[in-house]
Design a protein around this ligand. Structure first.
Ligand SMILES: C[S@@+](CC[C@H](N)C(=O)[O-])C[C@H]1O[C@@H](n2cnc3c(N)ncnc32)[C@H](O)[C@@H]1O
Length: 223
């Protein structure tokens, strides 16, 4: 399936974006086979299997409220929106440049009110009273490389009682099992429950997915 074209040429933001894309491609640890959000064909990004697999695992319901953390160019947002009818997605990214690109890519879904975008670091994001059925992150280092305590506090506050968190991660030179162990450690040490662990080899990378449930709220003490 072809996605709406992304214009790379017009305006200052696009010039910045080109530099970011260049840097991502040539300096990120994902610079080899599993480099990008998708394959750039002409002026389009065609999503790769890593993202398609993640959206399949996420399996967004038509009416669900969904949160993406670190949406980057918004490739997964497009694929989630394609499955929504009256559901909605909120996507946050700490990079204003990425949010600009994601908005441009998802202009139709943004105009329809199906997708909303916030430039924010998750740990300090103001998500108001929003409650999500599912939250997910793809390749966001905060969950794989350090203790994500601050991020998980925000997510526990904004997941609905039956809500679930889906963390997808891959890193060149690391097996899916190793990545899954790191994701699980961050989840467990913050009193969340690991519900499932999935691994796949896609686009030349080992990808791990951990599905987790937040801690149950402590019942108010009886007087
Ligand atoms: C490696 S890119 C992955 C982009 C996209 N999810 C993908 O898989 O192609 C990580 C993205 O997450 C964003 N990010 C990293 N940590 C974040 C945080 N704590 N809160 C919000 N965004 C974050 C970065 O700005 C970047 O756009």
């Amino acid at each position: 399936m072809r996605l709406p074209a992304v214009s790379w040429q017009d305006g200052k933001t696009d010039a910045i974006l080109q530099v970011v894309l260049f840097k991502e491609r040539y300096t990120s640890p994902w610079q080899s086979s599993c480099a990008k959000a998708g394959v750039i064909e002409g002026d389009e990004i065609v999503p790769n299997d890593r993202i398609a697999w993640a959206v399949d695992v996420l399996s967004p319901g038509a009416s669900e409220e969904i949160l993406e953390i670190g949406c980057g160019h918004g490739v997964a947002v497009t694929m989630v929106c394609d499955r929504l009818i009256d559901g909605r997605i909120v996507a946050v990214d700490r990079s204003a440049t990425m949010i600009e690109a994601a908005k441009r890519r998802n202009a139709v879904h943004l105009a329809a009110g199906r997708a909303r975008f916030h430039t924010a670091e998750l740990a300090s994001a103001d998500l108001g009273e929003a409650r999500f059925d599912k939250a997910y992150a793809l390749r966001v280092g905060a969950f794989a490389r350090k203790d994500p305590a601050r991020e998980l506090v925000v997510l526990a506050r904004h997941l609905s009682p039956a809500g679930r968190l889906f963390l997808f991660h891959d890193e060149p030179g690391h097996s899916a099992d190793d990545i899954a162990r790191r994701l699980e450690a961050g989840i467990r040490c913050n009193a969340w429950t690991v519900k499932a662990v999935l691994t796949r080899r896609l686009d030349g990378c080992d990808v791990a997915c951990v599905i987790a449930l937040p801690p149950k709220p402590v019942a108010a003490a009886k007087r």
